[in-house]
Design a protein around this ligand. Structure first.
Ligand SMILES: [Zn+2]
Ligand SMILES: [Zn+2]
Length: 348
């Protein structure tokens, strides 16, 4: 089913209003509490990482991809979950892409609206004197789009066992001689460690290097998932499963767990660890959506993607510089230089 939340006053399509728990009608400004629009709570559960993936394919059902407001065909692909009708611009949500294996457990809602995102892009420190004037144009700023990016949040807990030896030096005196002796201690220690909410971008379209720059997100702002938060934004389902990314994330976290355990051994001057093991007591992944404002700036036939954290406003990306502006500034500097040289020449 394709879902559009209708305004009870005018029949317009309600959208999530960033920074609130409400939906708003862009036509008549009527607002509705999300809890009144959709009473279904979150039913997405964290995924266990014991190798037993959820074999639930109910989230890939075929849909009649037609806008329920105007009957126009929607432009979608196999991953489209939240989009807009290309004809009447209504925010359209595809039910089955938020169900079954694709049911998120939580969402971090956008904390500020498109207008504020546009202002943040315009005043971003990554732009300057040489940024093409076109960047701040209404046409460019109109392309700012809110995207909920699918993420897995990994949590691990376990006991780290370390084996090795600790060394302490001892200095004794015999007459005028200093004798240095080394005491050896056998080490066998087990330390409990835990990591919570390690984020991993589950979307192919969003480059990891940009996403890392936008972190951190404040995960205390996550709320139980309900679909109204997605209305007015675009979203795709994940490309990488919890098990896929676990293979990348767990070794990194495991190294940190071993290092943390190692750091608790402070009673020796030198510590040599010979072996370490981690016995996991808990491994989980939670499917969530995190808010990103995007802006694809097109200039001289090239595309420059910019990304903004929809919670903190942090921006990453590169804006090209205008050769025309650079030439103009160089030209003015050149002219000023010769004018000064000329004037100095007349004085002396
Ligand atoms: Zn309305
Ligand atoms: Zn439509």
């Amino acid at each position: 089913m394709i879902r559009i939340y209708k305004c009870p006053s005018c029949g317009g399509a309600l959208q999530y209003r960033p920074g609130t728990d409400e939906m708003i009608c862009p036509n008549c400004r009527n607002t509705q509490a999300i809890s009144a629009v959709d009473q279904k709570g979150a039913d997405g559960k964290p995924v266990g990482l014991t190798g037993q993936e959820r074999a639930d394919n109910s989230g890939s059902g075929a849909e009649n991809m037609v806008c329920p407001a105007c009957g126009g065909p929607l432009t979608t692909n196999d991953h489209t979950a939240a989009t807009f009708c290309p004809y009447c611009k209504s925010p359209a949500l595809i039910d089955s892409r938020f169900a079954g294996q694709y049911r998120p457990s939580r969402v971090l809602p956008f904390q500020f609206d498109k207008k504020e995102a546009q202002n943040k892009f315009k005043t971003w420190k990554g732009t300057g004197l040489l940024t093409p004037g076109k960047f701040k144009s209404a046409a460019t700023m109109d392309k700012v789009t809110g995207v909920y990016v699918p993420y897995w949040l990994y949590s691990y807990a376990g006991n780290v066992s370390l084996q090795g030896e600790g060394l302490n030096m001892r200095v004794t005196r015999q007459g005028d001689d200093e004798i240095i002796e080394t005491d050896h201690y056998e080490l066998d220690r087990t330390v409990q460690t835990a990591y919570e909410n390690v984020p991993a971008d589950a979307s192919e379209a969003f480059p990891d290097e940009n996403m890392h720059v936008l972190e951190p997100f404040d995960f205390t702002k996550l709320v139980n998932f309900t679909m109204p938060y997605m209305a007015g934004f675009t979203a795709d389902t994940y490309d990488y499963s919890a098990a896929d990314l676990n293979e990348k994330i767990r070794p990194q976290v495991e190294q940190n767990m071993v290092n943390d355990a190692r750091a608790t051994i402070t009673d020796y001057e030198t510590v040599n660890i010979v072996s370490s093991q981690v016995n996991y007591t808990d491994q989980r992944a939670e499917y969530v959506y995190l808010p990103i404002w995007t802006l694809i700036f097109e200039y001289m036939g090239k595309k420059y993607p910019l990304y903004m954290n929809g919670e903190t406003g942090e921006i990453d990306g590169v804006v090209p510089y205008s050769r025309l502006k650079a030439l103009a500034i160089f030209g003015i500097a050149f002219a000023v230089f010769f004018l000064i040289a000329f004037l100095l020449g007349r004085v002396f």
